[in-house]
Design a protein around this ligand. Sequence first.
Ligand code: ADP
Length: 219
Amino acid sequence: LQEPLRTINSYIQLLSKKYEGKLDKRADEYISFIGDASKRLKNMIDVLLDYCRIGVDEEKLEQVDCTRLFEEVITSLQSLIQESKAKIKYATLPTIEANKTQLAQVFQNLIVNAIKFHKKNIVPEITISANKNDDNEYLFTISDNGIGIDLEHKDRIFQIFQRLHTREEYEGMGIGLTTCKKIVERHNGKIWVESEPGKGSTFYFTLPMTLPITTLTIL
Ligand code: ADP
């Protein structure tokens, strides 16, 4: 995937270096469109490779204090949180057996989305908590007061590169929720959303209280 793209890129660079301003205006525009599209394609290939690599290296399970992990994620997102003035409330979260790096990615993707898809001129308010459910699992809940999601798209948003908005409206590639789904399912959990357009969204995911080491297999 990378190799033909590198060739396309180098020829586009050559084309624009040699011919920019020498053909008509439209030709310059076409060259720049191809350049932009090939940059996007490169980004898509990079995120696709990252997605495929989840769990390919050693799958390390450990006792994860989710409150501490969540605080680490929030700290790493400090500048985004300050810029957006987001208010984040969290309850004490459980300690569970999980892959710490992967779980951090789930927290991060859900928080970034909750901030990104906020309503205009409304400060994002995000709450996270976790409770035991009847199936011996922890049910994590992350709610926001953002733009919400039409439930017609509740499954589509978890599919790779599927987005409900243009890049001009909201930045992104449509990989965040797909990644969350893959990670949660590798931990024998489930992830879903409930939402009301214009009012906000609540993402739920379950994680078993203990995870037999054999349940994490390399796909
Ligand atoms: P991205 O954020 O890059 O678009 P995601 O896979 O994380 O990709 O999300 C897919 C789509 O789901 C988003 O484009 C958006 O339309 C919708 N979405 C995700 N999280 C939220 C949220 N908290 N509020 C509203 N819409 C959301």
